[in-house]
Design a binder for this molecule. Structure first.
Ligand code: NDP
Length: 325
């Protein structure tokens, strides 16, 4: 069997997405899910679950480990820890901390010559690739990133902490007006408020004061105060029916000039029904590349910037040249 042998560490939304994505990639097989929880309490689609404590017993059985823990508390520990023994791929997305995280994973990779493929997904990830292409191809230009329409986990958590809120979600919405301005090639200076709006859907607790809740949300520093925020109050039934998925997406636009009066605009857009399933699909393609780079003797921490596109595809070089070039 010459399938690439993959395992998952951490089984939440992203872990489940990786399990689904492997099913679409016949050159790869999923050998195990590792969890910190009691394996009996973790229900996968059809992959065996083991305690993370025993992961080193599987060293010879795994080509690439996909780390699906959270960026805030899990990956800063799990990334450097497992990169010492395995080729790892993760979706670390705390942008400000990426350089420090890269350095700590790289240090671990040097010990046994493994690869630590970090910050894979869509942002960071596919959006980063589009930003680097945009800048390199149109050095005289500006890059704009818009997010949404999408569910923001952090902002949803913040509204759920407001007194009187029973359930709530927050969507980030890119401003059409701002996007059209950018597309026109005029390279506008846009403030935070001009680029995105925030929309909340709230189920109130019995007896809660709607006006007070709305005011507390709209004036919340950093989270909502700098934005145009709309607060909608809905029933629990409507909430359960219409707000149970995790859509996301966005745009990366590079607007530049190749000579004095010649505008060039590049646009990359994502419209995702499920943020974790798409992020997982990107992780799996990069697990294939990680395996191949490791086979060639490469090691150390890497990012999307280090991976040639040909390594992501299961197809042969000849087929790719014939079909896609
Ligand atoms: P989850 O909160 O669903 O899962 C995180 C971890 O929590 C899991 O690995 C799991 O570890 C544990 N866990 C999951 N479910 C439960 C449960 N019911 N009870 C107790 N523990 C549980 O996070 P997501 O999968 O949604 O996201 C993971 C990370 O992905 C995010 O933090 C984000 O940083 C990143 N991400 C990156 C993107 C990008 O574009 N780069 C895009 C989207 C997300 P264990 O099994 O060990 O208990």
């Amino acid at each position: 069997n010459n399938q690439i042998k993959v395992a998952i560490v951490g089984y939440g939304n992203l872990g489940r997405g990786v399990e689904l994505s492997i099913l679409k990639n016949p050159d790869m097989s999923l050998v195990a899910v590792f969890s910190r929880r009691d394996p009996k309490s973790v229900t996968t689609i059809n992959t065996p679950v083991y305690s993370l404590d025993n992961i080193l017993d599987f060293k010879e059985k795994i080509d690439v480990l996909i780390l699906c823990g959270g960026s805030k508390d899990d990956l800063p520990i799990q990334g450097p820890k497992y990169a010492e023994y395995f080729n790892v791929v993760d979706s670390y997305d705390n942008h400000a901390e990426i350089p420090a995280y890269f350095a700590s994973v790289d240090k671990s990779c040097q010990k046994n010559k493994t690869i630590g493929m970090i910050s894979i997904g869509w942002d960071p990830g596919m959006f980063s690739i589009n930003r680097i292409y945009g800048e390199a191809l149109l050095p005289d230009g500006d890059t704009y990133t818009f997010w949404g329409k999408g569910l923001s986990q952090g902002h949803s958590d913040a509204i759920r902490r407001v007194e009187g809120v029973k359930a709530g979600v927050q969507y980030t919405i890119p401003s059409n007006e701002a996007i059209e301005k950018v597309r026109s090639g005029i390279r506008p200076n846009l403030t935070t408020k001009q680029k995105h709006a925030r929309e909340c859907f709230i189920v109130l607790k019995d007896g809660a004061d709607a006006k007070k809740v709305e005011n507390e949300i709209k004036t919340m520093p950093n989270y909502f105060e700098p934005y145009d925020t709309t607060v909608n109050f809905i029933s629990q039934e409507e909430f359960d029916k219409n707000h149970n998925t995790m859509p996301h997406g966005g745009f990366v636009i590079r607007s530049g000039k190749s000579s004095d009066n010649v505008n060039q605009v590049i646009e990359y857009a994502l419209k995702l029904d499920s943020n974790p399933e798409f992020t997982a699909s990107v992780l799996v393609a990069y697990a294939r590349a990680t395996y191949r780079m490791s086979k060639k003797g490469e090691f150390g921490a890497k990012t999307v910037f280090d991976v040639a596109p040909i390594l992501l595809s299961p197809k042969s070089s000849q087929d790719l040249i014939k079909e896609l070039l």
